[in-house]
Design a protein around this ligand. Structure first.
Ligand code: SF4
Ligand code: SF4
Length: 312
C-alpha cells in the first residue's frame, strides 16, 4: 500500500493518544468480543495496515457466524493473553470505544467508561468524534488507489459509504444523478479524493484544462488506475495535447488491455495523425472487444481505405 497513506494513518493514530486519552484499560476485554459489541466499523485502509491480521479481523468485525448461529470469532483474533496483540495498529473504532458513544447504543455494564462517555447523535458521528473525518478522507484516498475490479484480500469491510454532509460525497452523488454540483473553493492541501471529484465535475462541464489538471494529480498518485489514465488522456486529447494523450492511453493499455474505449481513443488519435494503419489496428482491437458496436468496424474499414488510397 502507499507508504504516505500508512504514515498519515499512523499520524492520526498518534494524535489520538492525547485527549481523550489512550484506551489502556483492556481489563474486562468485553469490547474485544463479538458478543460485547453490537457492531464495529473498520475501513479497508485500516485492514490493509493490519497486514496478515487484517482478513481475520475483518471477519470478526463483520460478526460472521457459522450456520448454527455461533460467531466464527467469539473474541477478536488479535486478542492474546496479554491483551491486544496489534495494539499499535489497532483500528480507530477500538481507540474511541468507551470514550464516545452513539445515542441508542450502550456500553457493556462492566465497562469502566460507563456514564463517563460522550454521547452523540449517530448522525453527528463525523462532527462529534475527533479524527473520524480525517480517517474518512484517508480511507477514500485508499479506495481511490484501488484498481477497479481488483479483488481485495480477505473479507471486504465495505469501506466508507457516502456521507451526504460531506461536500465531496454530496458532489459525487449529484454527478451520479446528472446534476452539476457547486464545489468548495479550492485549497492547497486538498485530499486526493477532492481532486478526483473536481476532475469529474470539470469533465462534465467540458472544462478540459481544469479536468486534466486534477486528473494529472490523481493518476500521478494512483498510477495503477488504468480507467483514470484513459480519462486523463481524453482531456489531453481535447486540448490538442496529442503526445500526452497517447502516453496516457498506451500506459492505460499496458495496465489493462480490455477497455474498448481506450483502443478506440487511440484509433482517433492515429486517425488525427493520419497514421491510418495504426488507426485501423486500434479500431479493430476495439471491435474485437466490443463486437456489438459496429461503429468500431466502420472506423477500422475507413482507416484501412484511407491507408490503401494513400499507398496506391
Ligand atoms: S484489535 Fe485489539 S483492541 Fe481491537 S478488538 Fe481486537 S484485541 Fe481488541
Ligand atoms: S469494555 Fe470498557 S473497560 Fe472493558 S476493555 Fe473495553 S473499554 Fe475497557
Amino acid at each position: 500500500m502507499d507508504p504516505s497513506l500508512e504514515q498519515q494513518l499512523s499520524q492520526l493514530y498518534q494524535a489520538m493518544e492525547s485527549p481523550p486519552g489512550a484506551n489502556h484499560c483492556g481489563s474486562c476485554r468485553t469490547c474485544c468480543t463479538a458478543a460485547g459489541l453490537s457492531r464495529q466499523n473498520v475501513t479497508d485502509l485500516e485492514l490493509a495496515v493490519l497486514g496478515e491480521a487484517g482478513p481475520e479481523f475483518a471477519r470478526y468485525a463483520a460478526r460472521e457466524r457459522h450456520p448454527d448461529g455461533q460467531f466464527v470469532y467469539a473474541e477478536c483474533p488479535n486478542l492474546g493473553p496479554e491483551g491486544c496483540r496489534v495494539y499499535e495498529l489497532r483500528p480507530f473504532s477500538c481507540r474511541v470505544f468507551g470514550h464516545y458513544r452513539a445515542s441508542g447504543t450502550t456500553l457493556p455494564s462492566e465497562c469502566v467508561y460507563l456514564n463517563r462517555d460522550r454521547e452523540f447523535p449517530a448522525s453527528d458521528y463525523y462532527r462529534a468524534v475527533p479524527g473520524a473525518l480525517r480517517l474518512r478522507e484517508l480511507s477514500r484516498d485508499f479506495q481511490l488507489r484501488r484498481v477497479p475490479g481488483g479483488a481485495s484480500p480477505g473479507v471486504d469491510s465495505g469501506g466508507v459509504g457516502l456521507n451526504l454532509e460531506d461536500p465531496w460525497d454530496r458532489a459525487l452523488e449529484q454527478v451520479g444523478r446528472g446534476e452539476l454540483p457547486e464545489l468548495p473553493t479550492e485549497s492547497a492541501a486538498e485530499s486526493l479524493f477532492a481532486a478526483y471529484v473536481r476532475a469529474l465535475v470539470a469533465g462534465e462541464l467540458g472544462q478540459h484544462a481544469e479536468a486534466l489538471k486534477h486528473y494529472q494529480r490523481v493518476v500521478a498518485e494512483c498510477p495503477e488506475r488504468h480507467d483514470l489514465l484513459t480519462f486523463a488522456g481524453f482531456h489531453a486529447f481535447q486540448l490538442g495535447q496529442m503526445d500526452q494523450a497517447e502516453g496516457y492511453w498506451l500506459q492505460s493499455l499496458r495496465l489493462f488491455s480490455g477497455n474498448p474505449l481506450t483502443f478506440s481513443f487511440l484509433g482517433y488519435l492515429y486517425s488525427h495523425r493520419q497514421q491510418w494503419q495504426m488507426a485501423a489496428d486500434f479500431f479493430g482491437a476495439a471491435f474485437e472487444l466490443e463486437p456489438g458496436q459496429p461503429v468500431h468496424a466502420q472506423r477500422r474499414d475507413e482507416a484501412l481505405h484511407r491507408n490503401r488510397s494513400e499507398t496506391e
